[in-house]
Every structure is written in structure tokens, then in C-alpha cells.
Design a protein around this ligand. Structure first.
Ligand code: HEC
Ligand code: HEC
Ligand code: HEC
Ligand code: HEC
Ligand code: HEC
Length: 733
């Protein structure tokens, strides 16, 4: 357990009648010795004082409670409301029940929790923790940036945002959903969106909940909800939380507060130091904030300073530095540590800057830490502020009027025969060596032209330790034969060449072979990604025998089958973002959207309809196991049935045998849908069915065809059986 987790350092906590036991709130990004007014301004927003006391300082806000009943275990909900500081030491949620008589507090917390449980959303649902997911999640957590703001495992750092009690609070399902889109719940962006795929979020959730023991849900008492609703508004919960109706004038404005007093209503477990800082800030509220301070406040509030340095402040703290890693040690420290933000307003074009902040646009695939997304509302004001504050002297620039001449020369300079930029940089995702520094075809979309000129003339001036060489040392070109050796013209030529973006011709030296991730070692490979026709919960499997499948873990169905190469993976390996994996072969057979199993009243009942990527109701994906050749068995649950779904390739050609095992005999009228396609028809051999592109399906017991709109559907009635074997074979040409 951490002691004095907050900014408050080792100062003793003054225990007064109003101050509860519990640790003071953690406010990240400020340090001992910082200007009291600065810290005070940060505290006023981070503690949401201005949600109740009007004062012209933006408050960070609080989690949306509309769907909280699906997210939070009911017992935790009640415990947290009753005693926020005891339940989650370091939290910024105030205790509002402290001034109630002792015996009323528990009842109020109970009523409030039942009110929250009466709001929208499915009930809290638990799931089992999977050890393999825990291991993957542990690795991710210490790699993508979580440890920049939260404790690395086994350490307890004073300025970590606490993740205490997670196993009592979330379920793997609800935490996965939160991590996939934290900004939907916490709009203030203090917990930013790390651009996780669904699978990454799930792995992290299992890791954070690794010690969880499943617990029953205490019953919901709707009779309490009405009382809770009244309290929610009366006590001031609605000032910070949605769904609520915040009242203006709930409390006096900040400027009218008596300076030295503490808040009798909202108890934050604050100790004397921050109180004095709050007081200092309150006193200067009428003084306008200059742009530099304004920007500094934003970088602190959003904790950009956890990863980035600017003006000598911030950057990875020593204890967190080991968790900033790279996949390419050859590129130096710049490949590992997020770029400093000094001068970034004079470096990046404003529209790119916005793209970085809003969408986490990324150009350094070798950097393991991710630039998070903060939500447009929280960062829109930053690009103009950076622009206003940062400037550079104008570079000597001279435009070559003849575009064609410029591009020819620029392309030559970039290639390996002249300056050899491609020896280190990727160009359209490819490079001459394995170095693979910043992508070149997006440089002109990102960078200000003036910065480009200044940087190329003297990279060390920007990063003293960079391995990026200087090609015009002392203003003299190392390639005097190009464009008369004029540095301004040579740099302009490179700029004009790169301005063509992806259309620019491939410079000399680039290796043209695309990266293929073809299985070849005798083991299957798996890639959990977004696949065409499926959405985010896709799992692709490539088999060494040259057959591949995509499985949809939202609907427990086969998504597609194809033979040949597994896929064009280069886009996936080179970028961090999501995006579709393109199956490489044109011979892809797609299977219909919708659940794989359904109970039909009669054979006239149409198959249930689902949207693409919509979770199939009643189904729960439970993960998978791998055999000694890495071939998967998917595990899922449907209406009390545990189903295992194994996919094994055959040595003699592109063929798969699929074995479904049910934990008990199937219920009446349960059907399995194998395929639906306009061209589906029965084959000549008994119980075989033909799909386009030479794919043959052979269930080991009777399948039946029926018309379904434009399609023909192939159904297998399970009729009390508990296993089902199906062969999928591509016919040899
Ligand atoms: C949930 C709403 C709420 C929040 C959040 C809140 N307060 Fe208060 N505060 C009140 C109410 C209500 C009073 C009672 C006096 C009034 O009506 O203004 C009060 C009174 C005070 C007083 C005493 C005023 C006096 O002159 O007697 C101070 C000082 C104060 N608050 C400071 C703060 C600070 C600092 C914060 C943030 C750390 C804060 N408050 C957060 C609601 C709130
Ligand atoms: C820039 C700092 C930052 C980064 C990076 C970050 N977090 Fe957070 N996280 C926070 C803050 C601050 C909060 C509390 C937000 C609030 O008060 O609303 C939080 C809240 C959370 C919560 C909710 C805690 C609760 O009590 O419900 C979880 C879970 C979480 N983070 C997990 C992660 C994981 C996993 C990662 C990495 C993928 C991560 N965070 C990356 C700052 C960060
Ligand atoms: C001054 C603003 C403020 C007020 C007033 C406030 N809260 Fe909160 N609340 C927060 C913040 C900030 C968090 C996030 C804390 C954290 O993650 O550590 C939070 C978290 C919560 C959570 C957990 C939500 C989640 O998704 O993790 C619940 C439940 C909650 N508050 C209920 C209440 C209730 C009930 C009241 C009224 C008694 C109340 N809050 C009053 C700021 C406030
Ligand atoms: C968890 C660590 C982390 C946090 C927190 C973070 N960043 Fe970043 N940031 C990165 C990484 C990593 C990159 C490099 C991404 C890439 O290009 O692949 C980056 C890139 C950037 C860039 C592009 C710089 C350039 O020269 O290309 C800007 C601008 C930026 N971040 C601003 C911010 C701001 C502003 C905040 C706070 C609102 C912030 N970042 C918070 C990790 C972080
Ligand atoms: C020896 C390897 C090497 C060569 C050759 C090289 N670079 Fe670089 N370059 C780098 C590295 C590494 C970085 C990242 C440096 C950093 O972030 O500090 C970089 C950074 C840059 C940047 C700044 C990118 C950004 O967004 O921060 C530009 C522009 C650039 N190089 C252009 C070029 C051009 C044009 C050439 C050829 C004329 C070239 N480089 C040749 C290694 C090289």
C-alpha cells in the first residue's frame, strides 16, 4: 500500500472533525516546490470545486453513471459511495455523506446505490479470469503507457493514479468495455484512450483483475431508488455526475469563500498544504492567465507531462523510465522516449497537431508507448496555443520553379545513391535496412516547411543526441554534384519530392519485397484484429497447409475461409492503429452475419438477424486454447451450454476439420447454421454441399437446405446431440 500517494508528500494529515481518515487525492503532474498559485489552480479543476462554487475554472468532471450498474459490482458501488477515501485511497471523489449523522450515512449510501442501479443498462455480469490473458495483459500494461500514470507491478509510486480495489469493482467484461472507450465514461480525458483493440483491452482487464474471485450480485431493491434520486440532487452528486441536473448557485462563488476555511460539504481528505494552495489560487482568480500558463495548466491537468518534456518540465520520471521501450534499439533514445514538446508549435502543422491530439496519429511504429487520444473537447484549444507560443527564425528557403526538375533531384537525393535517407527512414512502409525511422511520405503532411529546412541543416540543434546526420555541415552540401550543391535548393527538392506523398516514385535502395506473415514453420499463426466483414472482435488463423480462417468472437461464427497466403500484414506490423487485415487471396469465401446457433420454432422461422459486429445476445466468448501446433479451440457459452469449437487442418491440402463439443445434449429445436449464399447447393456425394470458389462442406450428419430471401441456407438440426463434426475442403483445381 502506498503512503502519501499524493502531492502532499510527507506532511502530517491534520485530523479535524471534518477530515475523514483516508489518503489525500492524487493529483498528477505537480511537484513539491511548484508555485502555490499554479498548484492551486490545478487542484481547483482536478477536485471539481468549481462544479459547486462558480469560479471560471474548468472542472475535470466525473464518470457518467448512466451505465454504472453494468460497470460496477453493486457491493463496491455502495461501499465506495459510503466511504470513497477508505474504499479507493487517493481518489478525487469527495465524501458528501460525512456531515450526516453516523446512522444515516449507511442508509443514504444504500439508497444512492439503488438509485444508480435503477438507471439504464444491463446488469453486472461476471466472467472467469484466463491466465493466458493475464500474462499478455501484464506485458501490454508495462509497454503501451499505463505505467506512465499508474503503478508498475510491485511498485507503489507516490504520484500514481490509484488502481485500488479493481477486482472488487469491475468484471472482465465491464473493464474491457471501459478500457476500449474510457472517454465515454470519463469525458474529462484524465484517463485517456490508449487506442486499444478489443483484445488488448480484454487482456489488460484480465491482468488488472487477476486476483478476482467471482461474487454474487446482491438483489436490487427498486423501492430504495426514489429516495436515492432525491439524495442524489440534494447532496450535490448531480453537480458532478451525469445523469444529473446541476444547480447553478449550489454554493457560493469561489471568490466569495472565506480564504482559510475548508469545505464543510465536500470532504476530499485534504491535508493543510493543498488547502493553503487552494487559498492562494482563490486569491488570484481575478488575474487573467497568460497563454504560457494556460498551456502549462493543460499539460499538467491532462498529464501530458507524464510522457513529454516541455520547458524543462515533465518527461518520464526515473522510476517509470524502464517502461518506455522500443522495438528498435538501433534508433537511439529518440525511438524510446516520446518526443519533447519544446517548439512543437513551430514544428508540426496545426491540422496535424490536432490529429495527433484527437486521434493519436502516430508515425513512430517502433515506439512501444502510445500517444493516447484525449477527446476533441479536451484538446481543441492546444494547437493554437502551441502555435502562438512557439516560433523559429525563418530558414533560408528557395523554391525551384520547375517542379519536375525538383522532384527528380529530390528523389535521387533521398535514394541510396546520394544521401541515403532510405537507409534509416521507411518510405511508404518500406525501407532499405531494418532501421525504419519516421515514415518519409507523410513528412510534408505533418511538418512545417520552415522547420524542415532548419532541421535538415542541423538536426543536432534540435536533438543533441540524434543519429540523424547532418548533410550540409557548415552550410556545405556533401553531394555538390546535385543542383550545384545549393543547400536551399537541395532541401527544397527533397520537400517537393516528398510532397507527392504516397504518389512519389520509389527511391533507389528500397527493398520491394512485401512483408508476409505466411505460416511456414508447421505451426498455425493467430492474429486478433479487425477483419473485413466482422469488425473489431476478429480472430484470424493461418494454417501451414495453406488454408486460413477468420472467426467472429462477437457472434461465435466463422467469418471467412480462404486458401493461400494468410494475409498482407505489413500495414498491421508497421502501424500501431487498428484497421482491417486484408485477406490476401481473392478467393475468400464469406459466411453470413448473424449467430451460428439459434432455436427455431419451426423450419419456417427465419434465422435471427444481427448487424455486423453486434454482439449475439445470449452468447459469451470465453477465449481459446491452443494445441501443440498452435491450432485453436474456441470456447464460448450459449444459454447454459459450454461449447468448444476446434479447428484442425489436414496434411493433404487446404482442408479443415471442425469439431464442436457441447457440454450437454442440445436443447430441442436448436439449429446450427453452416452457410448462407445465393450459390449454395447440394453436391453429388451424400451430405456434401458446394459453395463458390470450390469450397465443399461436409457435416458428419444430415444438413438441410432451405430458401432464405436471396440466399439458400444450410442448417443442421442438433436434435439432442452433443457433438458435431464438419469438414471444409477447397476442391483442387
Ligand atoms: C458538492 C458541492 C461542493 C464541492 C464539490 C465543493 N464545495 Fe465547498 N461548499 C459547498 C457548500 C454547499 C458549502 C456551504 C456554503 C455555501 O453554501 O456556499 C461550501 C462551503 C465551502 C467553504 C466555506 C465557505 C465559508 O465561507 O464558510 C469553503 C472554503 C469551500 N467550500 C471550499 C471548497 C473547495 C476548496 C472545494 C474543492 C476542493 C470545494 N469547496 C468543493 C459545496 C461544495
Ligand atoms: C496520462 C495518464 C494515464 C495513462 C497513460 C493511463 N491512465 Fe488510467 N487513469 C488515469 C487517471 C488520471 C485516472 C482517474 C481518472 C479520473 O479521475 O476520472 C485513470 C483511471 C483508470 C481506471 C479506472 C479506475 C477506477 O477506479 O475505476 C483504469 C481501470 C485505468 N485507468 C487503467 C489504465 C490502463 C490499463 C492504462 C493503459 C492502457 C491506463 N489506465 C493508462 C491516468 C492514465
Ligand atoms: C466534486 C465532484 C463529485 C461529486 C460532488 C460526487 N462525485 Fe462521484 N466521483 C467523482 C470523481 C472525480 C470520480 C472518479 C473517482 C476515481 O476514479 O477515483 C467519482 C466516482 C464516482 C463513482 C464511481 C464511478 C465509476 O464509473 O467508476 C460513483 C458510483 C460515484 N462517484 C457516485 C457519487 C455519488 C452517489 C455522489 C453523491 C453522494 C457523488 N459521486 C458525488 C466526483 C464527484
Ligand atoms: C502515455 C504517454 C503519452 C502521453 C500521456 C501523451 N503523449 Fe503525446 N506522444 C506519445 C508518444 C509515444 C508519441 C509518439 C507517437 C508516434 O509518433 O508514434 C507522442 C507524440 C506526440 C506529439 C507529436 C510530436 C511530434 O514531434 O511528432 C505531440 C504534439 C504530442 N504527443 C502531444 C501530447 C499532448 C499535448 C499530450 C497531453 C494532452 C500528450 N501528448 C500526452 C506519448 C504520450
Ligand atoms: C543514419 C540514419 C538517418 C539518415 C541517413 C537520415 N535520417 Fe532522418 N532521422 C533519423 C532518425 C533516427 C530520426 C529521428 C530523430 C529524432 O526523433 O530525434 C530522424 C528524423 C528525421 C526528421 C524529423 C522527423 C520528425 O518528425 O521529427 C526528418 C524531417 C528527417 N529525419 C529527414 C531525413 C532526410 C530528408 C534524410 C535524407 C536527406 C534523412 N532524414 C536521413 C535517422 C536518419
Amino acid at each position: 500500500m502506498a503512503f502519501s500517494r499524493a502531492i502532499l508528500f510527507a506532511l502530517p494529515v491534520l485530523v479535524t472533525a471534518l477530515v475523514n481518515a483516508g489518503e489525500p487525492p492524487v493529483i498528477q503532474g505537480v511537484h513539491e516546490g511548484d508555485d502555490a498559485v499554479l498548484v492551486g489552480r490545478v487542484l481547483l479543476s482536478e477536485l471539481n470545486c468549481t462544479a459547486c462554487h462558480a469560479g471560471g475554472i474548468p472542472s475535470k468532471g466525473a464518470p457518467e453513471l448512466g451505465q454504472a450498474k453494468s460497470r460496477i459490482h453493486p457491493a463496491y458501488l455502495e461501499a465506495f459511495i459510503a466511504d470513497p477515501h477508505g474504499t479507493k485511497p487517493g481518489t478525487t471523489m469527495p465524501n458528501l455523506l460525512g456531515h450526516l449523522p453516523m446512522e444515516e450515512r449507511a442508509a443514504a449510501a444504500r439508497a444512492l446505490s439503488h438509485f444508480i442501479r435503477s438507471l439504464d443498462g444491463p446488469d453486472f455480469e461476471t466472467a472467469t479470469i484466463q491466465p493466458e490473458a493475464v500474462a499478455r495483459g501484464r506485458n501490454l500494461y508495462h509497454k503501451v503507457g499505463c505505467a506512465a500514470c499508474h503503478d508498475p507491478e510491485g511498485k507503489s509510486l507516490p504520484d500514481s493514479s490509484p488502481l485500488i480495489g479493481m477486482a472488487d469493482k469491475y468484471s472482465p467484461t465491464s473493464l474491457t468495455a471501459f478500457l476500449e472507450n474510457p472517454l465515454a465514461v470519463r469525458r474529462g480525458g484524465r484517463m485517456p484512450d490508449l487506442r486499444l483493440t478489443h483484445w488488448e483491452a480484454a487482456d489488460l482487464a484480465h491482468y488488472l483483475l487477476r486476483d478476482q474471485k467471482p461474487k454474487a450480485n446482491p438483489p436490487h431493491d427498486p423501492a430504495q431508488a426514489g429516495k436515492g434520486r432525491i439524495l442524489f440532487n440534494q447532496l450535490g452528486c448531480a453537480q458532478c455526475h451525469q445523469p444529473g441536473e446541476p444547480k447553478t448557485g449550489f454554493a457560493m462563488p469561489l471568490t466569495a469563500l472565506a480564504p482559510a476555511k475548508s469545505c464543510p460539504t465536500a470532504d476530499f481528505a485534504l491535508s493543510p498544504l493543498p488547502r493553503s494552495q487552494l487559498t492562494a489560487a482563490r486569491k488570484v482568480l481575478d488575474v487573467p492567465v497568460d497563454p504560457a500558463t494556460d498551456l502549462q495548466l493543460s499539460l499538467i491537468r491532462l498529464n501530458c507531462v507524464a510522457c513529454h518534456e516541455r520547458d524543462g518540465r515533465g518527461g518520464p520520471a526515473a522510476a517509470r523510465d524502464p517502461f518506455f521501450t522500443t522495438s528498435n534499439l538501433n534508433l537511439g533514445e529518440q525511438a524510446r522516449i516520446p518526443p519533447a514538446l519544446d517548439g512543437v508549435g513551430a514544428k508540426l502543422l496545426p491540422q496535424w497537431l490536432l490529429k495527433v491530439l484527437v486521434s493519436g496519429a502516430s508515425v513512430r511504429p517502433y515506439m512501444d508507448t502510445r500517444m493516447p487520444k484525449f477527446g476533441p473537447g479536451n484538446v481543441e484549444e492546444l494547437p493554437p496555443l502551441f502555435g502562438q507560443l512557439d516560433s523559429l527564425p525563418p530558414a533560408p528557403m528557395r523554391r525551384i520553379q520547375d517542379e519536375k526538375v525538383a522532384r527528380e533531384a529530390g528523389g535521387d537525393l533521398v535514394g541510396d545513391k546520394k544521401l541515403g535517407c532510405v537507409a534509416c527512414h521507411t518510405f511508404n512502409g518500406e525501407s532499405a535496412t531494418t532501421l525504419a525511422a519516421v515514415e518519409m511520405t507523410t513528412l510534408t503532411e505533418r511538418l512545417q516547411e520552415n522547420w524542415f529546412h532548419l532541421y535538415l541543416r542541423n538536426p543536432q540543434q534540435f536533438h543533441p543526441t540524434t543519429i540523424m546526420p547532418s548533410f550540409w555541415p557548415g552550410g556545405k552540401a556533401v553531394r555538390p554534384e546535385v543542383l550545384d550543391g545549393d543547400p536551399a535548393h537541395q532541401i527544397d527538392a527533397i520537400w517537393q519530392f516528398l510532397s507527392r506523398g504516397r504518389e512519389a516514385r520509389t527511391p533507389s535502395g528500397i527493398r520491394r519485397e512485401p512483408i508476409e506473415y505466411g505460416p511456414g514453420s508447421g505451426e498455425a499463426v493467430m492474429l486478433r484484429r479487425q477483419y473485413q466483414g466482422i469488425g473489431k472482435r476478429g480472430i484470424g488463423v493461418g494454417y501451414p497447409s495453406g488454408i486460413n480462417l477468420s472467426f467472429d468472437a462477437a457472434q461465435m461464427r466463422l467469418g471467412s475461409l480462404w486458401k493461400g497466403d494468410f494475409g498482407e500484414m505489413s500495414g498491421v506490423w508497421r502501424g500501431q492503429g487498428s484497421g482491417n487485415v486484408g485477406e490476401r487471396s481473392r478467393d475468400v469465401v464469406r459466411f453470413p452475419v448473424g449467430p451460428a446457433f439459434a432455436q427455431l420454432e419451426s423450419l419456417e422461422t427465419p434465422w435471427p438477424v444481427l448487424e455486423q459486429a453486434q454482439k449475439a445476445p445470449g452468447f459469451q466468448f470465453q477465449g481459446y486454447t491452443l494445441d501443440n501446433r498452435q491450432r485453436p479451440t474456441f470456447l464460448y457459452r450459449f444459454d447454459g451450454l459450454e461449447i468448444s469449437d476446434q479447428w484442425v487442418d489436414q496434411p493433404d491440402g487446404p482442408s479443415l476439420v471442425r469439431t464442436l463439443q457441447l457440454s450437454q445434449a442440445s436443447p430441442e429445436q436448436l439449429y446450427f447454421r453452416l452457410a448462407a449464399d445465393p450459390e449454395l447447393k447440394a453436391g453429388v456425394a451424400a451430405n456434401t454441399f458446394l459453395l463458390p470458389r470450390g469450397l465443399i462442406l461436409k457435416p458428419h450428419f444430415a444438413g438441410m437446405l432451405r430458401p432464405a430471401g436471396e440466399n439458400t441456407e444450410l442448417l443442421v438440426p442438433l436434435e439432442g446431440r452433443s457433438s458435431l463434426v464438419i469438414e471444409y475442403t477447397f476442391h483442387h483445381e
